[in-house]
Design a protein around this ligand. Structure first.
Ligand code: XMP
Length: 515
């Protein structure tokens, strides 16, 4: 079945992935491409619609990111957002100018044309997220203004006959109260998409495709227990059963009881047919990390040691035909293959590509999915919610949540403190509100008093952040009672810790991890 496709042409806007996600939430498949994408290539993709994103430049400048006028003449519905809207106007004969003041933040938008196909069901007065300096001072011939704000005469415009729509604000951002409705209206009412891209179908099709590709071949998968590798492994297992072997390296830097939990779900007692091999390599990692304090060096050692252990296991299995990778769509976009924002991923993922294993091809069954879609696919295949809704956990694990040297004793302290913290946060319902939270062990020891005794012990740092994209984050407002209870339990229950602190730092300038 040919799937309906809407493409996002990225002009360097920070919300490019959000736009694609919103489209996919309408059950329409969507991919991101650079604005430089060739017109022929676009035609060949045969998209039902095109969305032009925001971007940092001014469209009237010489060096501005642009697109050809022919793009608007293909007969394909186009929605321009922010910069994309201005570019559409300029290319088609309208005017864009610099405003006296920047309009930034929530604005009240007045919808003038309530019968517009993109504003169907949208309130006449609605709150939208604006972020622009330039504004459309004159719409292009054939266009009519369909919405405005107090500061902006053209908050939206359209040429209904040509199926061209321009929106100055950002419907993709959740601050725009009825933004999702507008995007849904565009893809359904204007692009005439049926919206039949469902996770159920994706899973079924992927399983069929994997089966056809692998044939009778042998497949190897490094399973970390994280969401992506777990979903990929289960999908492979459903497709090819015992031709798959999953290697799970326990580097001794997992959260408390995590190794056993992963084994309980995926091991021989669990309900999946994964040929699960657990390698208990804790001592090996601790030995390699002894005396090492520098965070980058620790990351490197953990990454390399992981590869060595995996390599040894792979050798036992012998040559394989395919290697599974849990690459997901944001990795593809961020590594520069889609869109404009080519931020090369700097994270060292322990599950990264081992180029030493003798294999013919890589299988990346989740390459087209966003994280929330990977989760949906996981649920679809019956993976327990507890695993599917896990918080992100860095590949190098607790190795980068212990400041300074890593020792088995410090791992114990941070594991116990973290388990208490998570337990109390979950009990207080904070797990549904806060994006990521964990305990870290600082390298600071200080004097305390417990009972009648003087102590000289470590300080635990509690971290909890709200974030959408993990590129920026703010410390979450965890209720004081929760923090207080966590503090008291950690001090009482975790030997070697006599102080607990809450980290208020946002990112930037801080990072989310505490290394
Ligand atoms: P930072 O500390 O860079 O973290 O603000 C941003 C997000 O990425 C996670 N993180 C990692 N994930 N391998 C991973 O798979 C890593 O090496 C790594 N380092 C950080 C971190 O938990 C946060 O969610």
């Amino acid at each position: 079945m040919k799937r309906e496709l809407v493409i996002v042409l990225d002009f360097g806007g920070q919300y490019n992935q959000l736009v694609a996600r919103r489209v996919r939430e309408c059950n329409v498949y969507c991919e991101i491409y650079s604005y430089k994408t060739d017109l022929e290539a676009i035609k060949n993709m045969n998209p039902r619609g095109i969305i032009l994103t925001g971007g940092p430049s001014s469209c009237y400048e010489e060096s501005a990111a642009t697109c050809s006028r022919e793009l608007f003449e293909l007969g394909i519905p186009i929605l321009g957002l922010c910069y994309g809207a201005q570019l559409m106007m300029l290319e088609l004969g309208g005017k864009v100018e610099r405003a006296d003041v920047r309009e930034y933040g929530k604005s009240e938008v007045f919808i003038g044309k309530t019968c517009s196909k993109v504003f169907e069901g949208v309130s006449e007065k609605t709150v939208c997220w604006m972020s622009h300096f330039d504004y459309i001072s004159q719409v292009a011939p054939g266009f009519e203004v369909t919405a405005h704000t107090a500061a902006c005469p053209t908050a939206a415009a359209e040429n209904e006959a040509e199926k061209l729509y321009a929106i100055q604000f950002h419907p993709e951002v959740l601050h725009t109260a009825e933004g999702t409705k507008m995007i849904n209206n565009f893809v359904k009412n204007v692009c005439a998409c049926a919206g039949d891209w469902k996770m159920e179908t994706f899973v079924e099709n992927s399983i069929r495709e994997i089966r056809a590709k692998v044939g009778s071949g042998k497949v190897l998968c490094a399973l970390s227990g994280g969401v992506d590798s777990s979903v990929a492994a289960v999908m492979l297992s459903k497709a090819i059963g015992s031709q798959l072997t999953c290697v799970f390296v326990d580097h001794g830097l997992l959260r408390k009881n995590e190794g056993d939990e992963v084994e309980a779900v995926f091991g021989s007692e669990g309900s999946y047919d994964l040929n699960f091999v657990r390698v208990n390599a804790q001592e090996r990692f601790y030995n390699k990390l002894a005396g090492i304090e520098e965070p980058e060096e620790k990351r490197k050692i953990i990454g390399e040691e992981f590869i060595r252990v995996f390599e040894e296991e792979a050798k036992k299995i012998g040559a394989v035909d395919f290697l599974v990778q849990g690459t997901i769509y944001p990795d593809v976009v961020e590594s520069g293959l889609g869109g404009e924002s080519a931020v090369i991923k700097s994270h060292h993922n322990v599950g990264g590509l081992p180029d030493y294993v003798d294999f013919k091809e890589i299988i990346e069954p989740l390459r087209d999915l966003f994280k929330d879609e990977v989760r949906k696919a996981g649920l679809e295949m019956g993976i327990p919610e507890k695993l599917v809704f896990r918080q992100p956990f860095p590949g190098p694990g607790l190795g980068i949540r212990i400041v300074g040297e890593v020792t088995a004793e410090k791992v114990r302290m941070v594991q116990e403190a973290d388990a208490i913290y998570r337990e109390e946060m979950d009990a207080a319902g904070m797990n549904k509100i806060v994006g990521q939270y964990f305990a870290a062990l600082t390298n600071m020891r200080s004097v305390g008093v417990m009972g009648d005794e003087r102590t000289y012990d470590y300080a635990v740092a509690l971290r909890a952040v709200n974030t959408i994209d993990f590129m920026t984050a703010e410390a979450a407002e965890v209720p004081y009672e929760v923090l207080n209870k966590v503090m008291s339990r950690i001090i009482n229950e975790v030997r070697g810790v006599n102080r607990v602190m809450y980290d208020l730092t946002s990112k930037p300038p801080g990072t989310i991890e505490f290394e």
